[in-house]
Design a protein around this ligand. Structure first.
Ligand code: ARG
Length: 484
């Protein structure tokens, strides 16, 4: 949090914006509407308490804008030099935590401009030529979002690497896969771990896609209709590393689609994280006992001495609702707005920052949690024969012997029922003659297909949960993520 000041009431004699030979009103619009409002109004409209986070991007945008103004001859070389020097010193103070963010300045744009004028005088008064806070804030959020997207992408990649490392370590463990949370078919654990790598890759692809729509410059759209001054918008965009400029000034300053898209991608990431968290919460319960989460990611109970609770995972799951809420807040904030800028939009940053912070933190803790976890091969193996995981493979065995699948399904269904009525838990425990009574196509070779270990070795289809497919997936992800 930055230093915030601003309790004192602003009066008309306030000369804090003084420059050159005449007094500048404390606020840019004050000359038009008179004295600044009372402290409550000031507190109500300000955004500097949260948009201070745009400071670096605001300054970058201003530097690019000033360079352009100089290039097209609207400010002199010495003006530009003064502006550069002033903005650099402001940035330095902000980074060092020395900058006083003043609530009276309303927002980060006014705070930086006022500080600049105070430090360099008249050249600072030329910076806002052909610019409005409306296009300025639109630019700042875009720049902030691009950096934030890159940050999230990096964290997602680390998380993918963590899942890949665990898949390399414990991937060969044979475990049940579930549908309806009922035991279904056997798979290799690596297959399940790499399912998360796929999910997070889609999130990265979505981020990259939404980044392309974000990384274009609205600067020069002015307050609403552009400027009669011959500015070079493309030059500003290029200097900022943006790929182009927006096409319509009304849309440029009122478009927050990229914020909504980013919040959606963040929601999707939060949802994926939450599904994984839920999976591992279940797996770390005594009932499953499939996985051990490292001590530092569990907490004890104040009363029950034996407890080892997966609180970090629960918080990842629990914070997901907040991220969805911020997405809905953004959509709802936009839905009633006529063109173009309306002050409602100021709220976008609140929701955006909150959604980002939450997902960033969850991703930061997820990767070390994954990398330090271990699958509990023995406890998984102990109960692997329960649940008739090999029933489907037996039906497919019959298909290979020429039985129609629906018939095979019925035959195996009655074998399972037979086992249950006899108190047998495994198909392989049925005597061969009993099986053959249900289908004469069954031979002694049936024992080579039954049992979870045989099943995972026998999967044929691409993307299945078996040995061959795991090797292919590991190879593909090691290459994609640049790991050995
Ligand atoms: N603080 C404002 C925001 O975040 C900046 C733009 C204000 N523009 C205006 N004309 N009041 O949206």
């Amino acid at each position: 949090m930055p230093k915030l000041t601003g309790k004192k009431k602003v009066t008309s004699s306030d000369k804090s914006g003084q420059s050159g030979t005449y007094a500048r009103p404390a606020k840019a619009w004050q000359a038009r509407i008179g004295d600044a409002a009372d402290p409550l109004a000031e507190k109500f409209v300000e955004s500097i308490s949260f948009d201070y986070r745009l400071a670096e991007y605001d300054i970058r945008g201003s530097l690019a804008h000033a360079e352009m103004l100089c290039k097209v001859g609207m400010i002199s070389d010495s003006d530009l030099a003064a502006i550069r020097k002033g903005l650099a010193s402001i940035l330095e103070d902000i980074r060092a935590g020395r900058f006083q963010f003043d609530l009276q300045q309303e927002d980060i744009h006014m705070a930086v401009e006022a500080a600049l004028i105070k430090r360099v005088g008249d050249p600072g008064r030329k910076l806002h030529t052909a610019r409005s806070r409306n296009d300025q804030v639109a630019l700042d959020i875009r720049l902030w979002c691009v950096a934030a997207m890159d940050n999230i992408d990096q964290l997602l990649m680390w998380l993918q690497e963590a899942f890949l490392a665990l898949a390399q370590q414990d991937g060969e463990v044979v475990m049940p896969a579930y549908t309806h949370l009922q035991r279904a078919q056997p798979i290799l654990a690596g297959h399940e771990l790499l399912a998360y790598v796929e999910m997070f890759q889609r999130d990265r692809d979505r981020l990259a896609d939404c980044r392309t729509r974000t990384n274009i410059s609205p600067l020069g759209s002015g307050a609403v209709a552009g400027s009669t001054l011959a500015i070079d918008r493309l030059h500003v965009a290029r200097q900022l590393g943006m790929t182009g400029i927006t096409g319509n000034s009304l849309d440029s300053i009122s478009d927050r689609d990229f914020v909504v898209e980013f919040a959606f991608v963040l929601s999707m990431i939060a949802m994926h994280l939450s599904r994984w968290a839920e999976q591992w919460i279940l797996y770390s319960s005594t009932e499953f006992d499939f996985i051990r989460i490292a001590d530092q990611f569990t907490t004890g109970s104040s009363m029950m001495p034996q407890k080892r609770n997966p609180d970090m995972l629960e918080l990842i799951r629990g914070r997901t609702g907040g991220v969805y809420g911020q997405l809905i807040a953004l959509l709802t904030m936009l839905k009633g707005q006529p063109l173009a800028y309306n002050r409602d939009m100021q709220e976008d940053k609140r929701w955006l920052f909150a959604a980002f912070d939450s997902v960033e933190l969850s991703l930061q803790i997820a990767a070390p949690m994954v990398i330090s976890a271990a699958l509990k091969q023995q406890t998984i193996a102990r109960r692997l024969d329960e649940g008739f995981l090999d029933a489907t493979v037996l039906a497919e065995y019959l298909v290979r012997k020429g039985v129609a699948f629906r018939t095979a399904h019925q035959i195996v269904g009655s074998m399972v029922a037979h086992c249950e009525s006899q108190g047998l838990t495994r198909l392989m425990d049925l005597p061969l003659e009993t099986m053959q009574k249900l289908s004469p196509k069954i031979g002694a070779d049936v024992l080579t297909v039954l049992g979870a270990a045989n099943v995972v070795a026998a999967y044929q289809s691409a993307g299945a949960g078996g040995k061959k497919q795991l090797a292919a997936q590991l190879k593909r992800w090691k290459k994609a993520l640049g790991r050995k």
